[in-house]
Design a protein around this ligand. Structure first.
Ligand code: HEC
Length: 87
């Protein structure tokens, strides 16, 4: 079977590097920083679904889709997992 290129989803690190790092690497716009558990505070008590929902729909300083307009929901979820794994 042949799969078209865009159906192969990118892994969490790739999505993070392309779309999320611009804000989350250094805390731009008040974004909680990658790898800094204290910056994430009580957010880590939210479920993966809740966090992914926030990214998909936007949350205050974070635009909808975390600006990854061509991301699938699954890719957003993998990017969230990648961030959570850093904490
Ligand atoms: C334009 C900057 C920006 C980009 C790009 C961005 N974020 Fe965010 N993100 C933020 C800010 C700011 C917050 C804090 C929002 C608040 O609670 O006020 C946030 C919060 C979050 C949260 C916590 C949500 C919650 O419910 O508390 C998650 C998870 C997250 N971002 C993941 C991502 C992922 C994954 C991407 C890439 C697909 C991404 N972000 C891209 C700025 C950004």
């Amino acid at each position: 079977m042949i799969f078209s290129e865009e159906k192969i989803s990118r892994d969490g690190k790739t999505v993070y590097d392309v779309a999320c790092a611009v804000c989350h690497q250094n805390g731009l716009a008040g974004a909680p920083t990658f790898g800094d558990k204290s910056a994430w505070g009580l957010r880590v008590n939210k479920s993966l679904d809740e966090l992914t929902y926030s990214v998909k729909n936007g949350l205050r300083g974070m635009p909808a889709m975390g600006l990854c307009m061509n991301c699938s929901e699954q890719e957003l979820e993998m990017a969230v997992s990648y961030i959570l794994d850093s904490l």
